[in-house]
Write a protein that binds this ligand. Structure first.
Ligand code: PLP
Length: 388
């Protein structure tokens, strides 16, 4: 019996991500230095690890309720209030998920019907499109390259008008992966004013909210609470990617619908991780700030070097990525450029094309790497540029 022809669901086709494809191409290169990772290079703070160990010792080894332990939800709501002045009722408006990843999947699968359209600013994190496709819905990209990767109210409204009632949701992600762009209070307010006029959900992925360098992070939920599904988590703020803790904050009726999907996707987040999350959110409320200062120094270093090398770079205002235009005299096919750089200089950075066709001609460097690694990377890039 040959089942190979039956692997692919007829409704959707999910391709292997270009980041994975690129990684496979270069990971065999001996001595390769990777500025490709989208995760903190720090260890989880000690006191959070202790809370995890305590949870194991105290036999927190059973399922929790689907929405997560009450003390994590309460701590998450308090964190959001203290940091971003938002008020969510932890009894029915907060859901603990398995990272922001599951929060994205559960939210999209809960609200999308086949044929619905979802607007996304591009370039964009590649984790949304496959889920939209799974729901047999359609992603529509709003090109932001002409506006330095900032989604303007005018571009947003143009797309909302053009696609009309078919638009079910708009995805926002700021501070942004891959561009490092974030939005000021005025900019957030202006986007919210447009969105308020349309019957669309706004899925706001604010996973990098604790990594905003120049101004305070402002959540769109502050101006658009009823339409917003706010996503956050501990992966980036507390260097806890492997613990897999994320959150959804949304009005009660929406949360109820999302829980139905979450229930069958995962049942609940890990109980041990949830206990550690309480420590992170309360005693560790400012753990992210120490890491942020480190990232800031690395950002400044890398920004200056890349600019001096002739790359056009918008100074990242958040997250830990630097998004650079490949200088005109070099190969503009970002995949070819990055493979060549990896082969000749043993330096891996992510080709822009992985973040959509709008990002062709760009590369993404992650500065979630030590200063020594960044210095070595810059030296390798310098050698490469002298050769080509
Ligand atoms: N959203 C964005 C924009 C990301 O960059 C990432 C990870 O790189 C995620 C979500 C996934 O986060 P988590 O580890 O919480 O699932």
């Amino acid at each position: 019996m040959d089942l190979t022809q039956r692997f692919n669901n007829q409704v959707y086709q999910i391709a292997v991500s270009l980041i994975r494809q690129f990684d496979e191409k270069v990971s065999g290169i001996e001595g390769i230095l990777k500025l490709t990772l989208g995760e903190p290079d720090f260890n989880t703070p000690h006191h959070i690890k202790e809370a995890g160990k305590d949870a194991i010792e105290q036999n927190y080894s059973h399922y929790t309720g689907m929405s997560g332990l009450a003390d994590v939800r309460e701590a998450a709501a308090l964190f959001l209030k203290q940091k971003y002045h938002l008020t969510y009722d932890y009894t029915n408006e907060v859901l603990v998920t398995i990272g922001a990843t599951e929060a994205i999947s559960a939210s999209l699968l809960a609200i999308l019907n086949p044929g619905d359209k979802v607007l996304l600013p591009a370039p964009i994190y590649p984790g949304y499109e496959p889920v939209i496709t799974l729901a047999a819905a359609q992603p529509i990209y709003m090109d932001t390259t002409a506006d330095d990767f900032v989604l303007t109210p005018a571009v947003l409204e143009k797309h909302l008008l053009e696609h009309g009632d078919a638009v079910k949701a708009v995805i926002l992600n700021y501070p942004s992966n891959p561009t490092g762009v974030t939005y000021s209070k005025e900019q957030v307010k202006a986007l919210a004013a447009v969105l308020k006029k349309y019957p669309v959900f706004v899925i706001s992925d604010e996973i990098y909210s604790e990594l905003s360098y120049d101004e305070e992070h402002v959540s769109i939920a502050e101006f658009l609470r009823e339409q917003t599904i706010l996503i956050n988590g501990l992966s980036k703020s507390h260097a806890m990617t492997g613990w897999r803790v994320g959150f959804i904050f949304a009005p009660e009726a929406l949360t109820k619908e999302i829980i139905k999907v979450h229930q069958y996707l995962v049942t609940a987040a890990s109980t041990i991780s949830q206990k550690a999350a309480v420590r992170a959110l309360i005693e560790g409320i400012d753990d992210g700030l120490i890491m942020k200062e480190e990232y800031r120094g690395r950002r400044d270093f890398l920004y200056e070097k890349m600019t001096n090398f002739g790359f056009k770079v918008a100074k990242p205002a958040g997250a830990f990525y630097l998004f650079a235009k490949i200088p005109d005299h070099l190969e503009q096919d970002s995949m070819k450029f990055c493979v060549d750089l990896a082969q000749k200089a043993k330096l891996a950075v992510i080709p822009g094309i992985a973040f959509g066709k709008e990002a062709e001609g760009y590369i993404r460097l992650s500065y979630a790497a030590s200063m020594e690694q960044l210095e070595e990377a810059v030296s390798r890039l310098n050698q490469y540029l002298l050769q080509v």
